[in-house]
Design a protein around this ligand. Structure first.
Ligand code: UDP
Length: 322
């Protein structure tokens, strides 16, 4: 099969490219390197089945050509990271909505099945845990930049589902919960690479808020397996949304302690108020846990890599590259 991956030089996109190549497929990547990096795909360049273009998905002509030449599309190009989202809301909203519109339109013209990456952020402030795909989405005020990301991704979901319902374009959506692993950069605020870098360099480990908020972390290789599995499922996945994540919760304070311990670091753990870390009035989610029954039923998928191993992997990557 020939796959087009938008955002293929990003953290998740590069792992997806690698796995599809490993399975013998041909991969075409398009990435504008805005948050992705050529370093993420350098090791794939010698593979004859790997092709890449450095350009943006807003190049409609190019997208039409690339879509025409492939069998399926993974649309992963999007604004990522809470820090980037808070600092650049225009870029976030425009990137997430415009690019998805362009890709859906191009896919529709050639009737190519398309996967669209969404996010657990769409559950917003919901307290109806664990989050189920058909549960209510609870957003905050439009004056708070963070929610623009959740809303823009929710619009992507509406649009992808509408393309399936109205135009019969095969679309599949996944809400990715906190995905971590090698190649993820802390540059856009993600907690695990941030903590690992701080612990390895002996800098203070910066816990935002009171550290009692919790998250569930999934290894990128488990995530990639789920994305491919959902697209391989075919018809019964079309027009559907799936949670992809792990349901083992850890508080951010405990995460900081665990990272410090594995790194054998002497870094102190410091607490930083949200308004200093992000912006005045910033709202965080106290908990975020996926209900995984839908994806389990569909493709018999569960995450397999425990947090300790995920952290070992991330730490080994940072030790090697920094
Ligand atoms: N966080 C933190 N220190 C950091 C970066 C993040 O304490 O250096 C917190 C953040 O406030 C959130 C959690 O860690 O409560 C996860 O943050 P991340 O940005 O990785 O993902 P989110 O789940 O917020 O999308």
């Amino acid at each position: 099969m020939r796959y087009l991956i938008t955002g293929g030089a990003g953290f998740i996109g590069s792992h997806l490219s690698e796995e599809l190549l490993r399975r013998g497929h041909e991969v075409f990547v398009v990435d504008d390197l805005s948050t992705g990096s050529i370093n993420n795909i350098n090791h794939l360049k010698d593979n004859k089945k790997f092709h890449y273009v450095i350009d943006t998905c807003s190049n409609v002509q190019l997208m039409a050509e690339l879509v025409d030449g492939c069998d399926q599309i993974f649309h992963l190009a999007a604004a990522v990271g809470v820090k980037l989202i808070v600092e650049s809301p225009v870029r976030t909203i425009e990137t997430n909505i415009k690019l998805t519109e362009i890709m859906l339109n191009a896919a529709h013209k050639k009737k190519k099945p398309m996967f669209i990456a969404s996010t657990s952020e769409v559950y917003g402030k919901s307290t109806d845990l664990p989050f189920k795909e058909d549960g209510d989405l609870v957003m905050g005020a439009t004056t708070k930049g963070r929610w623009s990301y959740a809303c823009s991704k929710a619009i992507d979901e509406f649009l992808a589902i509408a393309y399936w319902k109205e135009k019969k374009l095969p679309t599949v959506l996944a809400r990715l919960f906190n995905t971590v692993g090698p190649r993820q950069t802390g540059q856009y605020g993600m907690v695990v690479p941030n903590f690992v870098k701080q612990a390895l360099t002996g800098q203070p480990i910066t816990v935002y808020g009171d550290g009692k908020q919790s998250r569930c972390f999934t290894h990128v290789s488990d995530v990639v397996r789920a994305l491919i599995g959902l697209m391989d499922l075919g018809e019964s996945a079309y027009g559907n949304v799936y949670n992809i994540g792990n349901n083992n919760e850890i508080s951010i304070t405990d995460l900081a302690k665990q990272v410090r311990e594995i790194c054998q670091s002497k870094s102190e753990i410091v607490y930083i108020p949200y308004e200093k870390a992000y912006e005045h009035g910033f709202e965080d989610m106290p908990r975020r846990v996926p209900d995984l029954s839908k994806v389990q039923k569909a493709i018999d998928w569960k995450p397999t890599i425990p947090l300790q191993q995920i952290l070992n992997d991330v730490i080994a990557f940072h030790r090697k590259t920094e």
